[in-house]
Design a protein around this ligand. Sequence first.
Ligand code: PLP
Length: 302
Amino acid sequence: MSGKPGDRGHLDFVTDTVHHLPSPNPYRRPDGMSEAEFGTAKVKDLEDKILELGPEKVACFIAEPLLASGGVIVPPTGYQKATREICRKYDVLYISDEVVTGFGRLGEIFASEPVFDIVPDIITCAKGLTSGYIPLGAFLLSDRLYERVTGEGAKGKFFANGFTYSAHPVACAAGLKNLEIMEREKLCERVRDLGPYFQERFRTLSDLPLVGEVRGSHLMVCVEFVSDRKTKMVPPAEWEIGFRIMRNTMPKGLLVRPMAHLIVLSPPLIVTRAQIDEAVEALRAGIKDTMDELTREGLWRG
Ligand SMILES: Cc1ncc(COP(=O)(O)O)c(C=O)c1O
C-alpha cells in the first residue's frame, strides 16, 4: 500500500487499485502557506481523489494517524478528523493503521479516538501489541462491519481471510500479558506524562545548522537533516546522512534508526528522564561530529 519510493524500487505494485495522496507534511508545504491552509488543501486532496475515481469505486482510505516510517510526519491539526468526515460523506471505509501508534507510543492503547477524535471502521495493529516480544498482528472491526461479516446478512458464509498462524495461542497469551503489564505499570499514563519532556528536549537540537526540523509526538521523534536550512534542500544521497549520524552516535551509546536523510527514535515506554537527557546529549555530539566530518571531506560548508 505504501507510496514510499524507497519501498518500490525492486517490487511490482498495483497502480489500478491503490492510489496515493500527496504527503500532508507541514514542513514541506509551499512557501507563504499557513499550516491551516495547508491542512485544508490536503483534506481536499482526498475529496478530489474520491471524486476523480468515483465514490462508488473507492473501497477505503488507509492512513496512519502519524506517518511513522514515512518520517514521523505529523499532519496539520484536524487532518485526521476532516478526512474521516470526507470518508463518511462518500461511504468510504476509514482504516487507521496503528501498527506504530498503537499500544502506548502516543500515550493511549489506540490513538485514533482519544488523540485524534476519530472512530475508524478498521484499526490495524502489531508491534506494541506484544511490546515486540512475540510477533503478533491484529485488525479490529467496528460493530457495523462486524455485523456485516457475522450477522444475518452473512448467513451461510464465513470470513475466511486467515493466516497459518492466525490467533496463535502463544502470541495471544503474550499480547494479553503485555496489556496486563501496561495497565499495571500505567505505561500509557507514563507516556502522556513524559511525552512533552521528550519532545521538548529533542527539539533543542533544532539550533544545529544541519538540522532542518525536529518533529514528532509523545515518544516518537524524527530529526530531518538538510544541507541548507533556507531552501530545506535534502542532502545529496552520497552523504548517506542518516547512516553517518547513526555511525557517529552509536559509539556514544545511542542507536538511532536511519531513514535516508532522517533519523527516527522510538524509545521503550519505560525510558526515564535521565535517559532522555543522555540520548539528546549523545545525538547532539553525534551530529556535531558529523558536521565536522562533512566539513573535513569538503562536502559541506555549514
Ligand atoms: C505503520 C506500519 N504499518 C504496517 C506495517 C507492517 O505491519 P505488518 O508487518 O504487521 O504487516 C509496518 C511495519 O513496519 C508499519 O510501520
